[in-house]
Design a binder for this molecule. Structure first.
Ligand code: SF4
Ligand code: SF4
Length: 463
């Protein structure tokens, strides 16, 4: 536990510990009441989320899942947004024990040139991607801010006959307000940074280098907000500390951001530890599939408005189960090696191993068979629906009025430009059903008109 005012943070170990202790073996009544509150889209405090995390038994589990499913559908409908990570450089001065890019790994490093970035982006566009997540290790010499800014410009500049990248989210190390301002001015979408673990002693034990500063990591979002970035993404690496503590760390962070800035996290990511070459760590708190799915569902109930992200770290069957209980965004057809797209076999230093190696089209087919609409939508930040404006739409579920037609339009672009015959057939059926589900006659009519314009060759139409 932290002692003394100078080390205090909004993550209060005592509060989290006591919430978990007091809610051990919760009554059925307590669980039922909190699920009713969850269904009202009001979200949960850390103390309330602790009750659900501690609820045991099949009946409670089924009720938690059912509530999470309802909430995801009430807010975001049945769209599932796709993106891909783009790793620019695996140079890193930090020695995080769980990451393949850690500095004591002496394998040869790779940093993409602007030409190589253009090549990778072309490949991603050809696959159908419109939304990327830029990733790079922390290294002021090899990956200075000027390199990252030039990369952002380069990525946005690539146009092919299959389209362009329309939203670039960024996941780089905690940095200065000035650097965040520069990134914001380049038109980035969400700024993502994971706390990895909210447990301070564990954090300090597992990190060496500038990232070892717990407070720098924890308050990076404050600096991003100060710089005008108002969409931020949180996450932890599950497996480093007790998963219940970490889940409550996320809920506490969301609560803090909401109070301090009036804007909760735009996204929450839930990566679980995965092995990587040269990583010797055996995670102290492995999270079973069963607990993993439960924590996703509880986070969805506790922070209902947030975009929840799962990546290709996870096996297809876990991803599919997670889509049903709250995940709203997913990576597809990823590589965690700089320059890894389009390469076969040995590719160099990877950040972690992937479990889902299917192509984007194969993943699109599988989610459509589950009844979801693959979406390549990037409309909100381009329409200035960010920060508080986004929250005002997402909290009551009104964002769906935009998500549904935009998912239809971007899926139709994908069908026209890229899809295999199988995904084309499934996609047209999904579009037909989704169109039927639009209740507002004006939006429905506008969507139909835009579909017709896309059929005639126009692109990038959105609400
Ligand atoms: Fe570097 Fe990030 Fe990997 Fe740590 S987790 S070694 S900061 S790339
Ligand atoms: Fe995301 Fe906004 Fe598009 Fe919905 S409308 S998918 S929230 S960008």
């Amino acid at each position: 536990m932290t002692t003394g005012a100078w080390t205090e943070t909004f993550i209060d170990d005592r509060r989290i510990g006591s919430a978990l202790e007091k809610s051990a073996k919760p009554s059925k009544k307590a669980v039922t009441e909190l699920l009713a509150k969850g269904r009202s889209l009001a979200g949960l405090t850390p103390e309330e989320a602790a009750v659900l995390l501690n609820a045991e038994g099949e009946e409670a589990r089924a009720a938690i899942f059912e509530t999470a499913t309802r909430i995801k559908n009430a807010i975001y409908g049945d769209r599932l947004v796709f993106f891909a990570p783009l790793y620019l450089s695996n140079y890193c001065v930090n020695d995080c024990v769980y990451c393949g890019f850690h500095s004591s790994n002496k394998a040869v490093r790779k940093k993409l040139t602007m030409d190589e970035i253009r090549g990778q982006v072309r490949l991603l566009i050809e696959m159908g991607h419109k939304r990327l997540l830029l990733e790079a290790g922390e290294d002021p010499v090899h990956n200075p801010i000027d390199y990252l800014l030039e990369a952002v410009d380069t990525i946005y500049s690539v146009k092919t006959d299959k389209g362009e990248i329309r939203r670039l989210n960024v996941n780089i190390a905690a940095t200065s307000v000035e650097d965040y301002r520069l990134l914001k001015a380049r038109g980035i979408g969400t700024y993502q940074l994971f706390q990895e673990t909210y447990h301070r002693a564990t954090f300090e034990r597992l990190h060496r280098g500038p990232k070892g500063d717990y407070r720098r990591q924890l308050y990076a979002m404050d600096k991003a907000f100060e710089a005008g970035i108002d969409d931020v993404g949180l996450g932890v690496l599950f497996g480093l500390h007790d998963w219940r503590f970490e889940a409550l760390g996320l809920v506490s962070h969301a609560e803090y951001l909401s109070k301090a800035f009036g804007v909760g996290p735009h996204t929450i990511s839930v990566p679980r530890f995965r092995p990587a070459a040269s990583v010797e760590l055996t995670p102290g708190f492995p999270v079973s599939d069963e607990d993993f799915l439960k924590l996703i569902a509880v986070l969805r109930i506790a922070v209902p408005y947030t975009g929840m992200i799962i990546t290709t770290r996870e096996r297809p069957e876990i991803r599919e189960a997670a889509f049903r209980i709250g995940i709203s965004q997913t990576s597809a057809a990823s590589s965690t090696t700089p320059g890894g797209f389009g390469q076969k076999g040995e590719q160099g230093v990877e950040q972690f191993a992937l479990s889902d190696k299917r192509t984007l089209d194969e993943i699109a087919i599988s989610v459509m068979k589950q009844g979801y609409t693959p979406s390549f939508c990037t409309a909100c930040y381009r329409k200035k629906r960010t920060g508080g404006t986004f929250m005002d739409l997402a909290r009551p579920g009104d964002i769906q009025e935009f998500c549904t037609p935009n998912s239809i339009l971007t899926l139709f672009e994908y069908i026209e430009d890229i899809a295999s015959p199988e995904s084309k057939a499934l996609g047209m059926e999904i579009i037909r059903k989704s169109l039927e589900s639009i209740e507002n006659p004006t939006i429905k009519e506008e969507t139909e008109k835009k579909l017709e314009r896309i059929r005639r060759g126009e692109r990038d139409l959105y609400f």
